[in-house]
Design a binder for this molecule. Structure first.
Ligand SMILES: Cc1ncc(COP(=O)(O)O)c(C=O)c1O
Length: 217
């Protein structure tokens, strides 16, 4: 964070930092904001955050921005014309969330941590899949390059996915597990899976992947 911040400051760049997962870190890994890690950024840093993850208020569409007064003023003007702002009820609910304790997120973290370990262990039993253990948020980013070019049996005959997008679509069609192909973030060869779901559903999803992907030839 400090290095990226120093680099951006030296180039005179602005940094917009999305800190929505600030409270969701594991294994004692501390959260670091680029704004404090690289104070040389000065006013050229804008922090984004929201209630969606910390307070499990996904769908409430409430977030906030922290930045220099003129930036916030301009963004407020833009937002008021673009979206006509967040409803009052949601603002009051969000205020209650951020004014309260973090007890709920601490409880959720125990569950996420358990699911994180379960998905990583489950995916790593599949030949051709390498899944590193994430230390934040609630996604794993698995390397599936070992499966590309392999043959998978389907009801319409054998299929050979050559990209992670093709593999994700095959998995969705064949075993109804929705995963995001790496193409959404960068190169092909990787897939993102969320573990923000119940333990039983997660176990069932992993079981389906193990069974289907285990047939690769
Ligand atoms: C990185 C990141 N930032 C921000 C959000 C924003 O969530 P919302 O639009 O629900 O407040 C999400 C949710 O998926 C996210 O993954």
């Amino acid at each position: 964070m400090a290095e990226i911040g120093k680099w951006a400051a030296a180039k005179g760049l602005w940094v917009v930092t999305d800190e929505i997962y600030e409270h969701l870190t594991y294994d004692g890994v501390p959260f670091t904001s680029i704004a404090t890690a690289a104070p040389e950024l000065g006013d050229k840093v804008v922090i984004l955050n929201g209630v969606a993850k910390t307070y499990a208020m996904t769908g409430w569409r409430v977030g906030w921005m922290i930045g220099a007064a003129d930036v916030i003023k301009a963004a407020t003007n833009l937002q008021s014309h673009a979206t006509s702002n967040v409803s009052n009820i949601m603002q009051i609910a969000a205020l209650a969330a951020v004014s309260g304790p973090l007890t709920a997120v601490d409880e959720m973290k125990v569950a996420f941590d358990r699911r994180r370990k379960a998905i990583v262990a489950g995916l790593n039993t599949i030949d051709g899949v390498e899944c590193p253990t994430p230390t934040g948020a609630f996604y794993v980013y698995a390397d599936v390059r070992g499966l590309l070019g392999k043959e998978f049996p389907t009801s319409n005959g054998p299929v050979r996915p050559s990209t992670s997008a093709e593999l994700a679509s095959l998995i969705l069609d064949e075993v109804e597990v929705a995963i995001v192909p790496g193409e959404a973030f960068g190169p092909s060869g990787f897939v993102r899976l969320s573990y923000a779901l119940g333990d039983d559903d997660l176990a069932e999803g992993v079981r389906r992947l193990q069974e289907f992907l285990g047939q690769a030839k």
